[in-house]
Design a protein around this ligand. Structure first.
Ligand SMILES: Nc1ncnc2c1ncn2[C@@H]1O[C@H](COP(=O)(O)OP(=O)(O)OP(=O)(O)O)[C@@H](O)[C@H]1O
Length: 284
């Protein structure tokens, strides 16, 4: 493995530390000994093909799934024993649609502000701030069902941001979006991050996006991390190993090198295809 999770000389605190995380669905080892360390303030990409275990790992970190084996700490809080403390620190945008099409943009964000216990006094201001940060002020009184796919994604980001999380967790934030909407979503995430210093943990199987927008990435395959580093480090590492000159290999090349021939045939299954397509058609 390139890079090392246990030896990480960045200053404390860590936003997320997973050690030996494992989670199985019956016979399927979805997560199988995952070690991960996300630094405070970085954009960290968890990459991998369908079925690699990204969503399951994320759901354990958000405390939506229990932690049957291993440990997870979020800013020092144990995800198994201090679930509420962990939840208070994070905003989560799942793959599935989380906006209500029958409510306006503003009502959707206000609902999250109430659910996440934003104080009454702060609520109205925070809702407007979150809408403005995602460029949705002008559309705030329209029903979400009239929004484009990109606007829906930005609305879901506004919902997750209204509680001012220290850690924003995004599961495939750009799936099903056209290239312009994809760039637009990333640019909005970037602006908020620059303004607040929040940490972003994002899953994606778009290697080009990870290369461009993530500070560090972990390549996940069959439930565990196989390589870790900045996109540049990983690409240079592969070029050195192969002894090639000229343009650096892409992150996708790195991934193929790491995952080997199993990547095409064994990653994901029918359920993965179905869930990915369902999500894509909803937000698209
Ligand atoms: N609810 C479930 N019941 C049974 N098996 C599941 C369930 N959720 C996930 N799995 C299985 O666990 C493995 C990891 O799935 P997971 O959704 O975590 O992967 P992923 O990397 O997030 O993939 P995707 O890109 O499709 O979201 C897969 O083999 C999947 O079929």
């Amino acid at each position: 493995m390139m890079g090392n999770v246990t030896y990480d000389d960045a200053p404390e605190p860590r936003a997320v530390i997973c050690t030996g995380l494992a989670y199985s669905f019956a016979e399927t080892k979805a997560v199988d000994g995952l070690d991960l360390s996300v630094r405070d303030g970085e954009v960290f990409g968890l990459l991998g093909p369908n079925g690699a275990g990204k969503t399951t790992a994320i759901r354990c970190i958000t405390t939506l799934l229990p932690v049957p084996a291993g440990k997870i700490h979020v800013f020092g809080h144990d995800a198994a024993r201090e679930r509420m403390a962990v939840r208070r620190l994070l905003g989560y945008v799942p793959q599935q649609l989380s906006a209500d099409s029958g409510l306006t943009g503003r009502e959707n964000v206000a609902l999250f502000a109430r659910v996440f216990d934003v104080s009454r006094r702060e609520r109205a201001r925070r809702v407007e701030q979150a809408l403005a940060a995602m460029d949705l002020t002008a559309a705030a009184d329209r029903l979400a069902r009239t929004y484009s796919g990109g606007m829906v994604r930005r609305l879901e980001l506004a919902q997750a941001l209204v509680s001012a999380p220290r850690l924003l967790i995004l599961d495939e934030p750009t799936i099903g979006l056209d290239p312009i909407a994809r760039t637009n979503v990333w640019e909005h995430i970037d602006i908020v991050r620059a303004a607040t210093g929040m940490t972003v943990l994002v899953t994606t199987h778009y290697m080009d996006e990870a290369d461009q927008y993530c500070d560090r990435v972990a390549l996940m395959h069959r439930g565990r991390v196989h390589a870790l580093g900045t996109p540049d480090e990983l690409r240079r590492g592969l070029a050195e190993r192969l002894g090639t000159e000229g343009p650096l290999p892409t992150l996708e090349d790195v991934f193929r090198d790491v995952a080997g021939s199993g990547l095409d045939d064994q990653a994901g299954d029918f359920r993965d295809v179905r869930s990915t397509r369902r999500t894509a058609s909803r937000v698209g």
